[in-house]
Design a protein around this ligand. Structure first.
Ligand SMILES: Nc1nc2c(ncn2[C@@H]2O[C@H](COP(=O)(O)OP(=O)(O)OP(=O)(O)O)[C@@H](O)[C@H]2O)c(=O)[nH]1
Ligand SMILES: [Zn+2]
Length: 355
């Protein structure tokens, strides 16, 4: 799950001198290992930096063009340029992939963003803060094989962040927690280890928590419009609606897509299992395979809870997340059948009451 490429990377000082376009684009050993030296010259890699309805923008070493969309490729993907100057359909193996199922009736899988290294899960030290919501984002990141980092913004607006930090830290040992004032210089030092050459990051979280402010602070320039700027737009339009990979000169890449900002919870079974691995493991020891961990005899989860080994509130959030994922991941037909059965049940109960 946790991937560390730092051992392969030159020290920061040296990279600044020798930084190539590929480094700024997020090129890593993971990708170069998929190509031979000959491939690098004959079919140079390019990264998809923008996705529009029918075309994509791709950038590589000395290459910057708009090409017809390649099926199955999404923003953040690496493609290979063919010898004749067209683009082959070769999409390099991905380090990570965020996907979701389309809301339509066929529920086709859509690729949202590829090859993000770190997802900053942003929430503020105020009413936005919610452990269950953070757990959802973390499950989504784990599912996509992206390393999550929790960022608590607006720490300048509260007297003390200890309680917020403690709650965030209790979620998972695998997820670092950082509290900051996003508008100050503070993020630069605190998020530096993830925002460096050859890395791709994304900022996830609710509206208004400071995602754009953070991205701009880290990039040292306005790469994503903040709410303040958007408010000045007299049509009140959101300015960032395309799927885009922003390249920070001398540094890292920021992937921003509208579909990623909103929380999409479908098919994240593996992500939930990663985040709640302890409960998952315990539940395999329950007597019944479909144990709901309520009043069933031989329930290992209940026993651990009674012994004070696990937190009941966390157990409830886990169950809710599993149920939600199952519901969202069901096909429309499955869902309709279930809703119908539920409707019958409700009507039955109502009749019962009327009598
Ligand atoms: N005091 C304080 N204000 C902040 C902080 N971070 C962001 N803000 C302010 O909060 C408002 C919203 O910030 P944005 O960066 O636009 O939030 P966002 O998450 O990008 O919002 P969306 O683009 O709608 O998703 C702006 O007015 C920021 O100046 C912080 O750490 N402290
Ligand atoms: Zn059980």
């Amino acid at each position: 799950m946790t991937r560390d490429y730092s051992q392969f990377m030159p020290q920061a000082k040296q990279t600044e001198v020798t930084l190539s376009t590929l480094d700024t684009l997020g090129w890593q050993p993971f990708f170069s290992q998929q190509l031979s030296i000959d491939d690098m010259t004959n079919t140079p890699p390019v990264r998809v930096t923008e996705v529009h309805r029918t075309v994509m923008r791709v950038i590589g070493q000395g290459i910057d063009k708009t090409i017809p969309s390649v099926a199955d490729a999404t923003v953040g993907d690496w493609l290979l340029l063919s010898a004749d100057g067209t683009y082959s359909d070769t999409v390099l193996n991905r380090k990570s992939l965020m996907k979701r199922r389309a809301p339509g009736s066929d529920r086709a899988v859509q690729y949202i963003a590829a090859n993000i290294d770190t997802a900053f899960i942003v929430t503020s030290c105020n009413q936005d803060f919610n452990v269950a919501r953070l757990e959802r984002y973390i499950a989504v990141a784990f599912e996509a094989e992206i390393d999550p980092v929790i960022v608590l913004t607006k720490r300048d607006l509260v007297a003390d962040t200890t309680d917020f930090e403690a709650q965030a830290r209790s979620i998972s040992d695998l997820v670092p927690v950082i509290a900051i004032d996003a508008r100050s210089d503070e993020p630069k030092a605190k998020l530096a280890e993830w925002c460096k050459p050859r890395r791709t990051v994304a900022f996830l979280g609710s509206s208004g928590v400071g995602k754009s402010t953070l991205a701009n602070t880290m990039a040292d320039r306005d790469i994503i419009a903040t709410q303040g700027i958007r408010a000045a737009d007299d049509k009140g339009r959101h300015t960032t609606t395309s799927r885009q990979l922003h390249l920070v000169p001398g540094g890292f890449a920021v992937l921003d897509t509208p579909g990623m900002r909103e929380l999409q919870m479908t098919d994240v079974t593996a992500g939930i299992e990663d985040l709640f691995s302890d409960l998952q493991e315990l539940s395999t020891q329950c007597k019944f395979r479909d144990c709901a961990h309520e009043t069933e005899p031989g329930c290992a989860v209940r026993a651990a809870m009674d012994a004070g080994d696990i937190d009941e509130a966390r157990m409830r959030r886990w169950k809710k997340l599993v149920a939600e994922d199952a519901y969202n991941s069901a096909t429309l037909i499955q869902r309709r059948a279930r809703d119908k059965a539920f409707g019958k049940l409700v009507r039955g109960v109502v009749k019962e009451k009327k009598r």
